[in-house]
Design a protein around this ligand. Sequence first.
Ligand SMILES: [Mg+2]
Length: 122
Amino acid sequence: MKTILLVDDSRAVRLTARRMLTEIGCIVLEAEDGQQALQVLREHPETDAVLLDWNMPVMDGISMLKALKADAAMPQPHVVMCTTENDMSRILEAIAAGAVEYIMKPFTDEILREKLQDAGVL
Ligand SMILES: [Mg+2]
């Protein structure tokens, strides 16, 4: 079973994604912002992948991704950026920072499964 950390400030998005991931047999962890996500990763080094929202209070997705990659002591799960931004430069920024895939919101069960497969998570 794969463990996926959902990071999104929207409770509705977390609920929807949790349902999708539970249906395909994943264990789901949640965080509301980047700072919480780093804490959850310290507590759950077994995490296989992070679905990471871009726009969040406290610490946004790109800042969390950069902080994660800069810290050699942290576990390094695959990071899939989830965003409503369709600005290609932002996506390239996330890929350059170490994200392995990106998903545009809103996404379907099928897209989520495909992207996790593409990222080598499933
Ligand atoms: Mg958000």
